[in-house]
Design a protein around this ligand. Structure first.
Ligand code: ZN
Length: 382
């Protein structure tokens, strides 16, 4: 079986190994080495990327005959090759993975909940806990987890003998009695885990819980650690700075400023809707009974008022009553109604003439068009 170098030294970035076998596997090659520092996919974590003898490592899986490296070029059997782990990617995962242990350990101690799901994604980590937690509880959890970072306690991985293991209290308790790798974050967590971790909690830098949602009777939280928190903080700072500039308020006041803007916008919308209603009422008074068509082109923001206008117009005319809202530059929305013309049939001709699209019922259609006001009025002139 392949010797797992990452198991005893999670900081090993470059290593030499002998190629024991290399066979084609689809459009890739499957390589087994005598030893490897590449961590295979497992436990919610993706396989390590990197290079092996100049070939790109595309996937790493623990399989029956050892750890299989899937690479983009064939390697010579018997050859000694150099493997190189993509270190920034691996270190980021070590930070996030160790951070997950701390948060899970504290959560278990405080609330007795189990970690029942873990995924270390490209942008964040998700953890599922077996019970619900309020946002306040999560923020307390985050505060304590960061205290564990500041305490800079050691993180150890070891294989206790079966007797010691039997009496040990640890999370993710396994049925196995030997070869169980126990990872201890001193004072915070003891857990069975085979992934690479940092040596001291201080290396995690920071832990930030971003979000939470209810999930299968418990909670799924999204969090980031280490380099991810720094990148996220830089991004959020730029965002708030931009918002602060746009709103011309200090950074701490952006939320209130947006709330104020929103209230102002809602007030404006109400005002516009009322004015539209008045406009429609006024336009309605100008309509006269006719055997032909009625056509009104204006800027109506309120579709309900526009529809009422068409309804009233339909009763006055023998042809169609057509209301258009918009302008020549941006085009028009329309509502057309009629008591006498089958508009479902007529829609095709109207849309063709006015460069529009839309449809609806026999008595009423709606849509949009790009014809000009003059073209619209000419079309419906009667
Ligand atoms: Zn772990």
């Amino acid at each position: 079986m392949t010797i797992k170098l990452y198991d005893s030294d999670s900081y090993l970035q470059t290593f030499s190994a002998e190629v024991l076998s290399c066979a084609p596997a689809g459009d890739r090659w499957r390589v087994i080495l005598d030893q490897t520092a590449f961590f295979p996919e497992g436990g919610g974590q993706s396989p390590d990327p990197g290079t092996l003898g100049g070939a790109q490592v595309l996937d790493v899986q623990e399989e029956a005959d050892g750890i299989a490296h899937y690479v983009d070029k064939p390697l010579n059997v018997g050859q000694t090759v150099t493997g190189e782990i993509d270190w920034p990617v691996r270190f980021r995962r070590m930070q996030n993975h160790t951070g997950e242990h701390i948060v899970s350990g504290i959560c278990h101690r405080l609330y007795g909940y189990e970690n029942v799901g873990f995924h270390l994604g490209e942008e964040a980590v998700t953890i599922d806990f077996s019970g619900e937690l309020t946002w306040e509880q999560l923020m307390e959890l985050e505060r304590l987890a960061n205290e564990a970072i500041w305490a800079n306690v050691p993180v150890r991985a070891e294989y206790p003998d079966p007797a010691a293991l039997k009496d040990m209290v640890y999370r993710s308790k396994l049925e196995l009695t030997e070869n169980v790798r126990i990872v201890t974050v001193e004072g915070y967590d003891v857990c069975a885990c085979c992934a690479p971790h940092v040596h001291h909690t201080g290396e995690i830098g920071a832990i930030k819980i971003l979000d939470s949602m209810r999930h299968r009777g418990g909670v799924r939280l999204t969090m980031i650690c280490g380099t991810d928190t720094q990148l996220d903080y830089a991004k959020r700072t730029e965002q708030v700075k931009a918002l602060s500039n746009l709103l011309s308020v200090p950074r701490d006041d952006v939320t209130q400023a947006v709330e104020k803007l929103k209230a102002e916008k809602e007030q404006l919308e109400r005002t516009v809707a009322q004015r539209d209603q008045k406009l429609c009422d006024m336009r309605l008074k100008t309509l006269h009974e006719t055997d032909g068509n009625l056509c009104i082109v204006d800027e109506f923001e309120n579709p309900i008022a526009m529809r009422e206008l068409v309804n009233a117009g339909m009763a006055l005319c023998g042809g169609v009553c057509a209301a258009f809202s918009g302008d020549d530059k941006n085009g028009y929305r329309y509502i057309i109604g009629s008591r006498t013309v089958d508009l479902r049939v007529e829609a095709k001709a109207i849309n063709a003439a006015l460069k529009g699209k839309g449809g609806g019922q026999t008595t009423m259609i709606q849509g949009s068009c790009t014809a000009t006001k003059a073209e619209i009025e000419a079309y419906f002139q009667s």
